[in-house]
Design a protein around this ligand. Structure first.
Ligand code: NDP
Length: 388
């Protein structure tokens, strides 16, 4: 890359944040770090800050301000704390911002980064699932560039003809199928949290691993893809591809299909967004097609994986439905991880929450957050019914 870029990492202490900083640390001369933020991990944030030398380090929990200040004493790095300070860091005008805060806590910071009109590398799922219309309208209005970090959307972004979207007929997201791809419905009833978080190909946190096992993750990704690429809802499909080598595909009107392939390492899509529109070296494992051998594909089974059907319906209906689905799913997954409901109950809780709650489409982030709050309350009540 031929000029120094200023970068801010929101969610620096998480898995995506640390992968981003790993890449930045390998090309220190190409980047100037403006701000790093975290939720509660003061020690992790302070250690990263001393290494990457940002102007500011922000901890979201205001009670941890003194701890952060002490941990950074003598470093010359400014310490700040509180949700509003995280939002301000997001709006401090970096050329490039990584949005890798987990959950709805990420919505306001993403919005502020988009309002700044710079480049936003988006990992946080809720931004597009729960607030897709609001976020994409803000990005358009401010001239911000939204680059998808998730491996599937990043793959589509790399294959998509952005100048001629009308030449694209179909977008196909690949799904690994998760650990229960070949499991019968009866056996799925008694799946344990430990079995559900053991993802076959990717190493991820518990919540997202359960979402991969139910295929809810793929459903949420369909909704995200709809907001990122200008095609009708019916143009987005899912195919199960157990090897996770092809990260997604774009089919053109002439029948050509373009795919992006690579090792399952998040640093590859992150590096793409970090260097865009150029490319940068990464230390990632290279794809060995001969060693990989077989690439196989299957139709997703909506009977065993009803979460995918729920997400498709929420995408078609639009409005508040995706936000409700996301909130209800989070509540249900948390209950499942505490062994309070069964694996198949996760989709049942989400389905009943969607049936019971039908508010108008949100027009602002505050309205999205209110729908999220209400949906969580309803889902928590429904979860009680399924409790083991
Ligand atoms: P992690 O849980 O590893 O990290 C989350 C980050 O957000 C941490 O820095 C955490 O700080 C911070 N955080 C948590 N709560 C708050 C809060 N209330 N306010 C401010 N910051 C907070 O998540 P991942 O890195 O795995 O994922 C980040 C996002 O990217 C998620 O939305 C995920 O779905 C998405 N994603 C992740 C992928 C992956 O491979 N991991 C792939 C594609 C998308 P602290 O450490 O202090 O808690």
């Amino acid at each position: 890359m031929n000029h120094v870029r200023s970068v801010t990492i929101l969610g620096a202490t998480g898995s995506v944040g640390r992968s981003t900083l790993d890449l930045i640390g390998r090309q220190r001369d190409a980047f100037e770090v403006a701000a790093l933020t975290a939720g509660r991990d003061v020690a992790g944030l302070a250690e990263l800050a001393r290494r990457l030398r940002p102007r500011t380090a922000v901890i979201a929990d205001p009670a941890l301000y003194d701890d952060l200040k002490n941990a950074l004493s003598g470093s010359g790095i400014e310490a700040a704390a509180g949700d509003q300070a995280v939002v301000e860091a997001a709006g401090a005008g970096a050329d490039w911002t990584m949005a890798a805060i987990v959950g709805t806590a990420g919505l306001k910071p993403v919005m502020r980064a988009l309002e700044g009109g710079g480049t936003v590398a988006l990992a946080n799922k809720e931004a597009l699932v729960s607030a897709g219309d609001v976020m994409t309208a803000a990005a358009r209005a401010e001239g911000a560039t939204l680059l998808p970090v998730d491996s599937e959307h990043n793959a589509i972004f790399q294959c998509f003809d952005h100048a001629r979207p009308e030449s694209v007929r179909r977008i196909i997201l690949t799904a690994s199928g998760g650990p229960f791809r070949t499991c019968g419905l009866d056996a799925m009833r008694s799946v344990t949290p430990a079995e559900a978080v053991a993802h076959p190909n990717w190493s991820m946190g518990a919540k997202i691993s359960v979402d991969s096992a139910t295929l809810m993750n793929k459903g949420l990704e369909l909704i995200e893809a709809f907001h990122l690429f200008p095609l009708p809802a019916e143009a987005f499909e899912v195919v199960v591809h157990p090897q996770s080598v092809i990260h997604s595909l774009v089919e053109y009107v002439d029948g050509s299909v373009l795919a992006q392939l690579g090792a399952p390492d998040m640093r590859i899509p992150i590096a793409y967004t970090l260097a865009w529109p150029e490319r940068m070296e990464t230390p990632c494992e290279r794809l060995d097609l001969v060693k990989t051998g077989l690439l196989s594909f299957e139709e997703p089974d909506l009977e065993r994986f009803p979460a995918l059907g729920l997400a498709k319906a929420a995408l078609r209906e639009g409005g508040a439905k995706p936000a409700i689905l996301n909130a209800a799913n989070e509540i249900a997954v948390a209950s499942f991880l505490e062994s309070r409901i069964g694996f198949l109950d996760i989709a049942a809780v989400a389905s009943e929450t969607l049936a019971r709650y039908d508010p108008p489409a949100p027009a602002s982030i505050d309205e999205v957050l209110e729908i999220d709050r209400q949906a969580r309350g309803i889902a928590a009540g429904i979860t009680g019914k399924f409790t083991n």
